[in-house]
Write a protein that binds this ligand. Structure first.
Ligand code: ADP
Length: 263
């Protein structure tokens, strides 16, 4: 189709040039579409918490002076929850835009995966939100130090652990396991929760994609956590995929090049 619309010319190079322009326009159009969809999604995500906050503040300001103190507190708690939601959304949007910028600020240093995961797991085990879950780590001690950005990798594990805690019932086990493979390290973050249907798997790394919209929002999810994970792993020259069957738990498989091969 594109070749058919190439501007005819006696000179081969001009023909190629015209072809390039057409390709570029198609790409521009696609990018424009993605950008429009993104703006529409962000606006939609902002609208709900803002209108809730607006409504509750108006009710409080319009002074139903006979309002019970308990109702007042309930209203304020709702306003607080939605303000926090706006805040998380903004934080995640800023993180994503930094990761997508020309200089995403990757600060690689030689890092022991075992110590990094060990300290993250210790931190999570002491959190109130994780008291009803079992968190295990099985990191092969033979894995050599990796040339990674420890703060960004910490964010990856935090996003995956937060999800595992959010979407699995009490009593579930979350395991972070890592083993050496040829020229790369494979890390698996696995939970024993409900998992997701196969049909949703290809989409969950897309921005704002949620399997159960209501449930995710209610649990404070922005719909951006896995996009951030994907970006960080790709910046390290790695890959990420998810494996799941409904009611069979969820596994995220991260592959990171070992130091010698990473750039
Ligand atoms: P959210 O902020 O909604 O959690 P994410 O990008 O982190 O956004 O995740 C996208 C969706 O993937 C979630 O809304 C949820 O439906 C699904 N998901 C992610 N992790 C898990 C998990 N461990 N178990 C089941 N579903 C999950």
């Amino acid at each position: 189709e594109v070749t058919g619309s190439t501007i005819p010319s006696q000179d081969g190079s001009k023909g190629k040039w015209a072809l390039f322009v057409l390709h570029d326009i198609t790409r521009q159009k696609r990018l424009e579409l993605v950008r429009k969809e993104f703006v529409a999604n962000v606006s939609h995500e902002l609208r709900t918490p803002l209108s809730v906050i607006k409504g509750y503040v108006e009710t409080l300001v319009d002074g139903h002076h006979d309002m019970e103190l308990s109702d007042r507190s309930r209203f304020l708690a709702t306003i607080q929850r939605h303000t926090e939601r706006l805040n998380s959304l903004l934080e995640d949007l800023l993180t994503l835009s930094r990761l997508e910028s020309i200089n995403p600020g990757l600060q690689r240093e030689s890092t022991s995966l075992r110590s990094l995961v060990g300290s993250i797991v210790d931190d999570y085990r002491s959190r109130p939100a994780a008291q009803n879950h079992v968190i295990d780590s099985e990191i092969d001690p033979a894995i050599e130090p990796l040339l990674i950005d420890p703060l960004k990798l910490t964010q990856v594990f935090e996003n995956l652990l937060d999800n595992a805690l959010k979407y699995t019932p009490p009593g579930s086990t979350i395991t972070i396991a890592a083993r050496r493979r040829t020229e790369e390290v494979e890390i698996r973050v696995k939970d024993t929760g409900p998992g997701i249907p196969q049909a949703d798997l290809p989409h969950i790394f897309e921005r704002f994609y949620r399997v159960e919209k209501g449930r995710s929002r209610e649990k404070g999810g922005t719909g951006l956590g896995l996009s951030i994970v994907k970006h960080i792993i790709q910046l390290h020259g790695g890959r990420v995929r998810a494996e799941s069957q409904l009611n069979e738990g969820m596994t995220f498989v991260l592959t990171i090049p070992s130091s010698k091969t990473s750039n």
